[in-house]
Design a protein around this ligand. Sequence first.
Ligand code: MG
Length: 178
Amino acid sequence: MALSRIIEEALNRHINEEFYSSYLYLSMSAYCESLDLPGFAHWLRVQSQEEYAHAMNLYDFVHAREGRVTLHPINQPTLEFQSVLDVMQSTLAHEREVSQLINRLYELAIQQGDYPTQVHLQVFITEQVEEEKAAGDIVAKLKMIGDSSSDLLLLDRELSNRGVAAGMPPPSAGPFPG
Ligand code: MG
C-alpha cells in the first residue's frame, strides 16, 4: 500500500524535525565543548547521531512505501545556553515536544487507515519514553549536584561512557537491539 499524499507530507515534515533535533544536539554538544565538559559533549554528540538515524529511518520508510522524500531547510539551532543544566532542561523540553509530534503523526496514520505507518511509528513512540527518561535523569542529577564542580566532573565522566550503537534499528533489522 503506497503512502497517501497526506502521510507522505507529514513524514517529510517529521524527517525535517529529526534533522533539526540532530542539529540542535550538535549545537548543545559544541557549547559543552566550550565549557570543557567532554562527557556531556560526547553524550549530546551521540544524541545528535541518534536523531540523524531517526531521520534516515523515516527517509528509508518513505521510499519503501513508494513515497518521495523532499528535504526542507533545517532551522538554525539554539546557539547559547546559560549552563549545562539549561542544556539538559532544554533537551528534556525538546524531547517532550518531539513526543507530541510523533503522537500526532500516529493519530494521523490512524485517521488515514495507514496501518504500516502506525506499526512503524510504534518504535518511535517507545523510543520517546526512553529519550524523556534519559534527559530527565540527567536533569535530576544536575539539580542534586548544584554548585559542586567535583560532582559535576564525576557526572561528566559517567556521560562519556554512552555507547554509540544505541538507538533506532535500521528499518530492515526488526525489533529493538538488546
Ligand atoms: Mg528522534
